[in-house]
Design a protein around this ligand. Structure first.
Ligand code: ADP
Ligand code: MG
Length: 249
């Protein structure tokens, strides 16, 4: 795909293995995610999707194999993990907002603390991000006053405040009431248009089909299929994907 030897993918995963004790959760995953690409990670429960994502920002340390973020080997001892995490934002199923901070303070906290951004600039950028996720008017309230969908949008804004090049989403809508799923997916859809690289674990098949450039189908810790959505959702190659889709659709 890229003949230029100097090209660095946003993410390159090379023969990634991860075990917890005797449990082999990831068993040799290799793939690349290009800059600005949006990949949806799909697969049965327990297939290793969360572990795969968590390895990309070293929330889990790979048992073996390599992960390169923009060419830098994050499994190397020399790598500054905090630097990697600044550049690779993550949004989880549960929001983990700071309950004792206002919405705006949740968003401005890390840039001020970690990046030494001035209070004024953090506030300006924070308000901009809150506008983008449709929550500018909630800047001064506390998370407990927000709906689940609103909390998740704040979590996305908070993650974006660090200006990551890569965003990882682990089932960001799975814990939400159905009527709130759409507003979060809309925010994520907007984000796909900004050129940021995204890896999204999701069970929202319609969304994956609409926004993803590629579908990575995990089965038993292996990358069983890597296809564009047009192919994956109409004519998947692997039988496990077929069975999975029959259940989901
Ligand atoms: P998925 O997100 O696809 O549902 P996970 O990556 O969460 O799958 O989990 C894959 C397997 O690894 C499961 O069997 C799970 O119980 C196990 N697992 C995940 N995290 C840990 C951990 N920290 N310690 C032990 N086992 C774990
Ligand atoms: Mg999971």
């Amino acid at each position: 795909m890229h003949s230029n030897e100097d090209y660095n993918a946003a993410v390159k995963v090379d023969n990634l293995h991860k075990s917890f004790g005797n449990l082999k959760v990831l068993q040799g995953i290799s793939t690349e995610i290009g800059h600005g690409e949006v990949v949806a990670v799909i697969g049965p429960s327990g297939s290793g999707k969360s572990t795969f994502l968590r390895c990309m920002n070293l929330l889990e340390v790979p048992t073996s194999g390599k992960i390169y973020i923009q060419g830098a080997d994050i499994t190397s001892q020399k790598t500054d993990i905090m630097k990697v995490r600044q550049n690779v934002g993550m949004v989880f199923q549960h929001f983990h907002l700071f309950p004792h901070k206002t919405v705006l303070s949740n968003v401005t906290y890390a840039p001020k603390k970690v990046k030494n951004v001035s209070a004024e600039e953090a506030r300006r950028e924070g308000m901009e991000l809150l506008s983008k996720v449709g929550l500018a008017e909630k800047a001064d309230v506390y998370p407990s006053k927000l709906s689940g969908g609103q909390k998740q949008r704040v979590a996305i804004a908070r993650s974006l405040a660090m200006k990551p090049d890569i965003m990882l989403f682990d089932e960001p809508t799975s814990a939400l009431d159905p009527e709130m799923v759409k507003e979060v997916l809309e925010v994520m859809k907007d984000l796909t248009k900004t050129g940021i690289t995204m890896a999204i674990v999701t069970h929202e098949m319609g969304f994956a089909r609409e926004v993803a450039n590629r579908i990575l189908f995990l089965d038993k810790g292996m990358l069983a299929e890597d296809s564009p959505p047009s192919k994956f959702f109409t004519n998947p190659e692997c039988d496990r994907a077929k069975q999975f889709l029959e259940k989901m659709l």
